[in-house]
Design a protein around this ligand. Structure first.
Ligand code: NAD
Length: 542
């Protein structure tokens, strides 16, 4: 019986554990890593609640230890895409008719399972499969994912509570239907939490999902599925398939029931998908919702009034945590000549103390980049910088792919504000610093704004309040997440809704109420208590 207006537990950000020596969480995650490394797992797809294995087994290696085999995933083909669509459509009616509090309870329970009994396993999977150090795994796979689940439940109830006015004799109501069809969630390798949110956010609003993760994230993706199933998610609500993107795309984007795309990944792929959807637009029952968070070329600009130590610390953390493989990672910095000697001194001192290696050794700040393609692409930029007259490598610059895909944190200095590595997304541990004349601050802001097609994150460092105000204004459209005296990474759900515009995405702010609005199709209901019985209006009388 559902006869009350339930209040959901008010969300608070999941506390982040320290993993300092001698803490219980450190011992637990080390134990989980050891256990997981000692057995090779076979990872199935999950369609309609059934675990599907295929003969096409693909090996999974830790990016920092490529000789080791963690297990294999079962690769699927077009037939699995069709089965996943059917499962999603078959599950739709029961799921969308499930009262919201029961849907909410599943995701709240999933958050508590993740924060409790699954915490060590989820962190260990993200550390081994995606080469994150324990802190990077904790803030992503546990804390951020818990936050997405709990805050979205709160936002869902806020949406359901928004109701229209009613004139006398009338009762107007708004009903928040899910989309008429299924949602396709395509997730990237770099955040376990994003992968979880891309399928859970639309599912929470009553949609059913076909989810295709990046191959390099499958080792932690299956942990997400295990948690959701234990939390009671019914079969067919989220269907997890491991199929090449174009194979899945060909089938899904031709299906009349395709109702929405929830994507995070690179700009090029997103543009291609949007174009395909556009070409097929007459095939669909409804205009599909298209939500994409894509690439970035995130910046830090320092004003001459900035504190050099604060700038250097923000650059070290902002550019090199998780090897620069965050969409928000600082990858271009604009530093005034007067400040550069001090910023450089502190930055180089920081980098000297950083070690690169396996995340299993907790003293390593930097680990491996995700795969060989990424390694080759990133090291190509470094190799070209070494040869270029316009660039000078002042830190790092070495890379090796024998044991794992290791690239030393690298800083390139240039006077050319449009040097290649100031413009293009590299997605690795490479920071380029352009030094400008102090008097050219405004001009530099203008060049910064015009340099890349992206607009994801950016930061200004200054003590001068007029400079802070002016920079915020000049760079109004240069970033969707703008930071004042802080690094441009580390957005927290409920605190800094995340997303960018221009080439960086549709700016639907993951982990906010704005994103959830994209997964509903409201129906307005007007009920008249005393319907008129005479068509004539008073003005018609003589
Ligand atoms: P990617 O674009 O290579 O892959 C993303 C997903 O798209 C993967 O699941 C991939 O298999 C799939 N895919 C690729 N081609 C496809 C096709 N033709 N049809 C269907 N699916 C296809 O990105 P990645 O390397 O996994 O992630 C890194 C990128 O993601 C970077 O550009 C980064 O900036 C971006 N990113 C953005 C945000 C954000 O919030 N803006 C967050 C994380 C990552």
């Amino acid at each position: 019986m559902s006869n009350a207006y339930y209040e959901v537990p008010y969300p608070v950000n999941e506390p982040i554990k320290s993993y300092a020596p001698d803490t219980p969480e450190r011992a637990e995650v080390k134990k989980a890593i050891k256990q997981m490394k000692s057995k090779k797992v076979s990872i199935p797809m999950v369609i309609n609640g059934k675990r599907i294995a295929t003969k096409n087994k693909v090996a999974i290696h830790p990016p920092h230890e490529i000789k080791h085999v963690l297990g294999h995933f079962s690769k699927g083909d077009g037939s699995h895409v069709n089965k996943a669509i059917k499962a999603a459509m078959d599950a739709k009616e029961a799921w969308e008719n499930t009262p919201w509090e029961h849907r909410a309870a599943i995701f709240l329970k999933a958050a508590d399972l993740l924060a409790g009994p699954y915490r060590a396993r989820m962190n260990a999977a993200t550390m081994l499969g995606q080469s994150k150090n324990v802190f990077q795994a904790e803030i992503d796979a546990v804390a951020e994912f818990c936050d997405f689940l709990r805050f979205n439940v709160q936002y869902m109830t806020e949406i359901y509570g928004i109701q229209p006015e009613s004139a006398p004799g009338i009762w107007n109501r708004l009903e928040y239907r899910p989309l008429e069809g299924f949602v396709f969630a395509i997730s990237p390798f770099n955040f376990t939490s994003i992968a979880g949110n891309l399928c859970c956010a639309p599912a929470m609003m009553g949609n059913t999902i076909v989810w295709k993760p990046a191959e390099t994230q499958i080792y932690s993706a299956i942990v997400i599925m295990d948690i959701l199933e234990e939390a009671g998610l019914p079969p067919g609500v989220i269907n997890l398939i491991y199929v090449d993107g174009p194979v899945a795309g060909d089938i899904i984007f031709s299906d009349s029931d395709f109702a929405g795309l929830h994507f995070t990944g690179s700009t090029g792929v997103f543009r291609h998908l949007w174009q395909t959807i556009g070409n097929n637009i007459s095939k669909y029952r409804s205009y599909p919702r298209i939500v994409g968070e894509t690439g970035g070329k995130d910046f830090v600009i320092a004003h001459p009034s900035a504190n050099a130590k604060e700038v250097a610390t923000a650059l070290t953390r902002g550019a090199f945590e998780y090897q620069g493989q965050k969409c928000s990672a600082a990858s271009r910095a604009y530093i005034p000549k007067s400040l550069w000697p001090d910023v450089k001194k502190y930055l180089l001192a920081d980098l000297k103390s950083i070690t690169t290696g396996t995340p299993e050794d907790f003293s390593n700040f930097v680990n491996a980049v995700i795969d060989e393609n990424a390694f080759d692409k990133i090291s190509g930029y470094i190799a070209r910088a070494k040869k270029s007259k316009a660039a000078k490598i002042i830190a790092g610059g070495t890379y090796k792919k024998t044991k794992g895909y290791f690239i030393e944190p690298t800083v390139i200095e240039t006077k050319d504000l449009k040097y290649q590595t100031m413009c293009e997304e590299i997605f690795g541990p490479v920071l380029t610093v352009a030094v400008f004349n102090d008097k050219d601050y405004d001009k530099t802001c203008k060049v910064l704004d015009e340099t890349s097609p992206y607009s994801l994150t950016g930061a200004v460092f200054a003590k001068d309040r007029y400079a802070i105000e002016k920079t915020s204004r000049l760079l109004k459209n240069s970033a969707g997440n703008f930071y004042i005296n802080d690094k441009p990474t580390g957005a927290v759900v409920g605190q800094q809704p995340f997303g960018g515009a221009r080439g960086s995405g549709t700016n639907d702010k993951a982990g906010s109420v704005l994103n959830l609005y994209r997964w509903i199709s409201p129906r307005t209901i007007k009920e008249n208590f005393v319907p008129p019985t005479d068509y004539r209006y008073p003005f018609l009388e003589e």
